[in-house]
Design a protein. Structure first.
Length: 116
């Protein structure tokens, strides 16, 4: 099983990024996919999730600025982030949770740094 996240980087405040996470070794269509983030010295927190049927949920801190989506044909989940703020700086992790078994897998993370 592998969740390969990419797309992070250094961006100025107000900028945008799109993160991608490609899953392999799992039945992607049966997994709720999510993005989480962990800033230095803080606990990992939920950013957004998308269920097997496409329902989405967002943390209040990112609502209106972030869109999560999935492409089941490509086994990929995306996180489009707009109007980035310095407080969005964190390592962003991709998570898969199997709808039936509850099995959870995490990706390795991708660094997002918002700074001028």
């Amino acid at each position: 099983v592998q969740l390969q996240a990419c797309g992070g980087g250094l961006v100025q405040p107000g900028g945008s990024l799109r993160l991608s996470c490609v899953a392999s070794g799992i039945q992607f269509i049966f997994n709720t996919m999510g993005w989480y983030r962990q800033a230095p010295g803080k606990q990992r927190e939920l950013v957004a999730t998308v269920t097997t049927v496409g329902s989405t949920d967002y943390a209040d801190s990112v609502k209106g600025r972030v869109t999560i989506s999935r492409d089941n044909a490509k086994n990929t989940v995306y996180l489009q982030m707009l109007s980035l703020k310095p407080e969005d700086t964190a390592v962003y992790y991709c998570k898969a949770r199997h709808y039936y078994s509850g099995t959870v897998y995490w990706g390795q993370g991708t660094q997002v740094t918002v700074s001028s």
